[in-house]
Write a protein that binds this ligand. Structure first.
Ligand code: PEP
Ligand code: MG
Length: 588
């Protein structure tokens, strides 16, 4: 029998087998429809009425989602209200109707196209995905222009949801009902709302399939493999059987993970370590804690700029940090000040394109050039620190002069809060990311200036080895176990510890079992990573003996290549601790 297999991106692991529920694609009008000039006021009134109906609709959705799956998932609707009231967007719509005499539908579609172009030019995947919030709001207004308002969505329970794109509010509504077996989308990425929500609700999901909606009908049966990013249309019995057994294995693995999350984080010889989570949205907190995170080691605050089309206010920042501090307490939260600029350009900041963004005006360089924005962020973080579990991390430090400048600003902001009687934690720790090789080489000079280091190996390795790992021609050179990289990281960790400072590592290297064991041998105890990897790292570190690891790592450091080091570690650790290499990843 004919059957089709499609490859996409698996963004929420697990396997489901079931019938298709195909949702209609949301489409704006492509035609420019005109109105006579005397109807302009009437058209503006129609748009205003639809905007107000949309406001009520968003309010209703927010309450509904909050009641179903909690406040953390209803948060996107606050962002949608901000988009709805964005003065620039509203002025743009009014102008099109008034000056070009077009119908409100055409104006919405043109504004949507403008935003689409802006978002498309953004290189950063995470930022790009935020276009869906703007589309979501505009499409709601569009549907509310119709006299009978938006249609009531059909029930997708017990089926596999297949759609071109799943807008944030639709994702929240449909997935929170429970009963959706899996999701398969033409569009989307790892950091789309649909992906984040699906992960936290454990719904197997594959996105980026390009044309799944064109290939299936409502009568088809599908297999969605969210672990390996595959969708199979009308599988024959043999394939179904194969995936049924894969599904059973995966389900057993999931229940094992939940068990691991409750185990203590200590090595065989009783040495404690702390797994933490890297997150980008407050909605991810519950998910992170359920995987056993003992704190948030990296909160990438850039997202706050993405959920709105104007600049965030101090209150916008504060709402997020306060929520993080409350929900993660008593564990710590490391809030990293924004890492934007360069390729993470944002429309509202009018950043000029740079010839070499990775080496350009990004992160702390950007914040020191835009001090008012930086002050607002520091004030908001300080105000959220009253529970005494907040730490501030400064990204991309290159020289200590930058730390000096940050401290001056930090003191000014604190003095101002004090003068106004606004409470904050006077001892809030201030640390730096070690991700520029120069800062790593200066670790002994940087350490006395700060309260902690957070080693960002994603950037550190790419700058140190001069390798862009997203470039397929050179990515083979990107090696966390490269002896030069290991020497540098060892120096940073040992220097921090000697100076009595905390040191954490928050690059993806922390999520790799073999690398994590080496880092443990260097003295690292705080490992921050994508929460889904926490159980496997916990398992790996719990199955080793620190004394053995130290001895093996010491010998490994005398080797000449990444390959020699890897083989040596496997050989020596496999003999002592075979458990490390068993059952570490998702079963495939
Ligand atoms: C890093 O560079 O390792 C890091 C954690 O920061 P980001 O991935 O956000 O650049
Ligand atoms: Mg970085």
């Amino acid at each position: 029998m004919e059957y089709t297999r499609l490859r996409g991106i698996g963004v929420s692991p697990g396997i489901a087998i079931g019938e298709v529920f195909l949702t209609a694609r949301v489409i704006f009008t492509q035609r420019k429809e005109y109105i006579p000039p005397h109807r302009v006021e009437e058209e503006l009134a129609r748009l205003r009425a639809a905007t107000e109906r949309t406001r009520e609709e968003i309010g209703r959705l927010k309450a509904e989602i909050e009641a179903r799956i909690g406040e953390e998932h209803a948060f996107i609707f606050d962002a949608h209200l901000l988009i709805l009231d964005d003065p620039a967007m509203r002025a743009g719509l009014d102008r099109l109707i008034r000056e070009e005499n077009v119908r409100a539908e055409s104006a919405l579609s043109e504004i949507h196209e403008n935003y689409r172009r802006i978002f498309e030019s953004i290189a950063d995947e995470y930022f790009k995905q935020r276009q869906s919030d703007v589309t979501d709001v505009l499409i709601k207004i569009y549907k509310n222009l119709a006299a009978d308002g938006p249609a009531v969505p059909e029930d997708s329970q017990g089926k596999i949801l297949v759609a071109h794109e799943l807008l944030p509010s639709e994702a929240a509504l449909r997935l929170s009902q429970g009963g959706v077996l899996a999701v398969a989308l033409d569009m989307g990425g790892q950091t789309s709302h649909a992906a984040i929500l699906a992960r936290s609700l454990n719904i197997p999901t594959v996105v980026g399939l390009r044309n799944v909606t064109a290939k299936v009908t409502g009568r088809d049966r599908l297999i969605v493999d969210g672990t390996d990013g595959e969708v199979i249309i009308n599988p024959p019995p043999a394939v179904r059987k194969e995936f049924q057994s894969k599904k059973e294995k995966y389900d057993a693995y999931r229940s094992e993970l939940r068990k691991v999350a409750t185990w203590t984080s200590e090595t065989l010889d009783g040495v404690r370590f702390t797994p933490m989570a890297n997150i980008e949205l407050p909605e991810e907190i519950g998910h992170a804690l359920s995987y056993g995170a003992e704190g948030v080691g990296l909160f990438r605050s850039e997202f706050i700029y993405l959920q709105r089309s104007t600049l965030p206010t101090e209150e916008d920042h504060f709402a997020v940090y306060h929520r993080l501090a409350e929900e993660v307490a008593p564990h710590p939260v490391y809030i990293r000040t924004i890492d934007i600029g360069g390729e993470k350009a944002l429309p509202q900041l009018k950043i000029e394109l740079e010839p070499n963004p990775a080496l350009g005006l990004r992160a702390i360089r950007f914040s020191l050039r835009n001090r008012e924005l930086f002050r607002i962020q520091l004030r908001a973080i300080l105000r959220a620190s009253v529970r005494r579990n907040v730490r501030i991390t400064i990204p991309m430090i290159t020289e200590i002069e930058e730390i000096g400048e940050v401290k001056i600003l930090f003191r000014e902001v604190k003095a101002d809060l004090e003068a106004k009687g606004i409470p904050f934690d006077p001892a809030v720790p201030l640390g730096v990311m070690i991700e520029v090789p120069a800062a790593a080489a200066l670790a002994d000079i940087v350490a006395p200036e700060v309260d902690f280091f957070s080693i960002g190996t994603n950037d550190l390795i790419q700058y140190y080895l001069a390798v862009d790992r997203s470039n397929e021609y050179v990515s083979y050179l990107y090696k966390p176990l490269h002896p030069a990289v290991l020497r540098l990281i060892k120096f940073v960790i040992e220097t921090a510890l000697r100076a009595g400072k905390d040191v954490a590592l928050c690059g993806e290297m922390a999520a790799d079992p073999l690398s994590a064991i080496v880092l443990l041998g260097f003295g690292l105890r705080t490992f921050s990573m994508n929460p889904i990897f926490i159980p496997r790292i916990k398992k790996a570190l719990r199955s080793v003996n620190l004394k053995t690891v130290q001895r093996v790592v010491r010998k490994a450091m005398a080797l000449r290549t990444a390959q020699e080091i890897e083989e040596f570690l496997i050989e020596k650790l496999l003999i002592k601790h075979p458990e490390v290499f068993l059952q570490l990843g998702h079963p495939s």
